[in-house]
Write a protein that binds this ligand. Structure first.
Ligand code: FES
Length: 195
C-alpha cells in the first residue's frame, strides 16, 4: 500500500469534523465514520492513507481496524492514490446491456488506462463499479462527484477529451434530456386539464 507519514485535518477540516460529529447523539459519535472518511479523503487528494484512517479513528475514539473495515468495504473510498479525475465505470447489467463495454474501450483509448489503472501523468484513474443507481439513463459513469449519463462511444469520448484538456464538461444526460424524462418528449401529464 502507498502511504504518507502523517495526517491531521486542516483547520477548516477540523471545524467541519466537529460539526459532523455534533449531528449524532452522545455515545453515537462513531456513526460519523463515513462522512469523516469522506472529508479525510478529500483533504488527501482522493484517497485514504493509513495516517488518515488513524486520524479518523482518533477523532471518533474507534479502533483503527473498525475504521479500516468501513473504508475497505465501500467503493467510494480509495486505499491507494488515484488520478486527478477518478472515473467509475458502471458495468452492472443495465449499463452493460446498453454498451458499457464500448465505454471501457473508449476510456482505454483516451486515458491509456485499463480497468483498475492510473495514467502515467496522474490525470485519470479508471475503475469498474457496481450499479450507481442511475440505470434509467444507462450507460453511465461517475467522474469525481458528477454523473455522466446516456453515454455513447462518441459522446463519452468528447467528455473524456474535455477532461484531458483540463475542462469540466457539463454533467447529467449527454443526450440532452432533462433528468430521466422520455427522450421523445412527455407521454403523460402533458397538460393541466382533465384531458
Ligand atoms: S446498472 Fe449502471 S447505474 Fe444501474
Amino acid at each position: 500500500m502507498s502511504d504518507i507519514d502523517s495526517f491531521k485535518f486542516s483547520d477548516a477540516g477540523r471545524t467541519r469534523c466537529d460539526e459532523i460529529i455534533a449531528r449524532y447523539p452522545d455515545g453515537r459519535q462513531q456513526s460519523a465514520v463515513i462522512p469523516l472518511l469522506d472529508l479525510a479523503q478529500r483533504e488527501c487528494g482522493g484517497w485514504l492513507p493509513t495516517a488518515a484512517l488513524e486520524h479518523v479513528a482518533e477523532c471518533l475514539g474507534m479502533a483503527k481496524i473498525r475504521v479500516l473495515e468501513v473504508a475497505s468495504f465501500y467503493s467510494m473510498f480509495n486505499l491507494e492514490p488515484v488520478g486527478k479525475n477518478f472515473i467509475q465505470l458502471c458495468r452492472t447489467t443495465p449499463c452493460w446491456l446498453r454498451g458499457s463495454d464500448d465505454l471501457r474501450d473508449v476510456a482505454k483509448e483516451v486515458t491509456g488506462c485499463a480497468l483498475g489503472q492510473t495514467s502515467d501523468d496522474g490525470v485519470f484513474t479508471v475503475v469498474e463499479v457496481e450499479c450507481l443507481g442511475a440505470c434509467c439513463n444507462a450507460p453511465m459513469v461517475q467522474i469525481n462527484d458528477e454523473y455522466y449519463e446516456d453515454l455513447t462511444a462518441e459522446n463519452f469520448r468528447k467528455v473524456l477529451e474535455a477532461f484531458k484538456r483540463g475542462e469540466t464538461p457539463e454533467s447529467g444526460s449527454q443526450a440532452g434530456r432533462s433528468g430521466s424524462a422520455p427522450t421523445d418528449g412527455l407521454t403523460s401529464l402533458t397538460g393541466m386539464g382533465a384531458d
